[in-house]
Design a protein around this ligand. Structure first.
Ligand SMILES: N[C@@H](CCC(=O)N[C@@H](CS)C(=O)NCC(=O)O)C(=O)O
Length: 279
């Protein structure tokens, strides 16, 4: 059996300083530039590699609905990474026309000039993380990021039935014509259970909280902001928004470290600008 050693504890790097691992990439305070790897090195088309801060990045367009949803983590990573992009928001009519041309019939998609269209929000997030240095280079540090991304996905999964009960109740054995007030009642009860003292949400929030307890830096994975923080933040924002009937806005109150993380992330200048623009 290998000897177990304690997980590292990181001291925070200033928000505008590059990750201690990310030296290969420019700091997220400056827009990186790219070059393409030759096909002999990367056979699937031009791979974008961050090389410096002099040239213009390739034009990029992120397409999603006009909600935060699963694309918000990508928007945040792009903004923190200072990568200019078009933040395209489509409505349901536009979506009907667009859907057949997307890789998996879903949004978000990311389009970069000269590259094939990219799908799957967490894959896109990781890609942006690698380009910007919001994913560290060290494999163990990358693992810590992925562990947090996994916990965030667990929270999304616990919430999913309470979302889909309104639009796809047949998936849960209910008739398709179940009246809306009954669906709302079920939704409310599912969420009340999730948010109860022994509910799944508190179990998962407790895990996130204990990660922060070990993090001197106050970020989820290492001494500086990573895509893990970009993924957790919108989830916490959604949970305390008051928009999820059955989940109290006070849900984070017993986790002061999560609340501090929330405030710390919100204080990043690019994040402040992002939410001021959204108002
Ligand atoms: N695993 C996918 C899930 C994407 C997904 O569920 N997208 C939904 C919106 S959140 C969608 O495109 N719905 C429209 C449809 O399926 O027609 C991801 O993370 O990108």
């Amino acid at each position: 059996m290998p000897t177990l050693v304690a997980r590292p504890s990181y001291t925070a790097l200033p928000v505008n300083q590059a990750s201690m691992y990310g030296a290969q990439y420019p700091s997220y305070v400056a827009a990186p530039t790219y070059r393409s790897l030759p096909p002999t090195v990367y056979p699937y088309g031009p791979q974008v590699v961050a090389v410096g801060q002099q040239q213009q990045p390739r034009p990029m367009k992120l397409t999603y609905f006009n909600i935060e949803g699963v694309a918000e983590k990508i928007r945040l990573a792009l903004k923190i990474g200072r990568i200019p992009f078009e933040d395209e928001r489509v409505d349901m009519n536009q979506w009907a026309a667009l859907k057949p041309s997307t890789p998996f019939g879903q949004l978000p998609i990311l389009q970069i000039e000269g590259r094939p269209v990219m799908a799957q929000s967490t894959a896109i997030l990781r890609f942006i993380g690698r380009v910007t240095g919001l994913i560290p280079l060290d494999p163990y540090a990358q693992f810590l990021v992925d562990e947090v991304l996994g916990l965030q996905e667990d929270i999304s999964k616990t919430l999913a039935p309470s979302m889909y009960i309104m639009t796809r109740c047949h998936m849960y054995g209910y008739p398709e014509d179940l009246p809306e007030d009954e669906r709302r009642g079920i939704q409310h009860r599912i969420r009340e259970t999730l948010a109860s003292e022994k509910g799944d949400l508190h179990r998962l929030l407790g895990h996130l909280d204990s990660i922060l307890e070990r993090s001197q830096a106050g970020w989820f994975a290492g001494p500086s902001v990573t895509v893990a923080d970009c993924a957790v933040f919108p989830t916490l924002r959604q949970l305390r928004s008051g928009k999820l009937d059955g989940i109290p806005v006070t849900i984070l109150d017993k986790y002061p470290r999560l609340v501090q993380f929330y405030e710390r992330f919100l204080a990043i200048p690019q994040v402040q600008v992002h939410y001021n623009e959204a108002k």
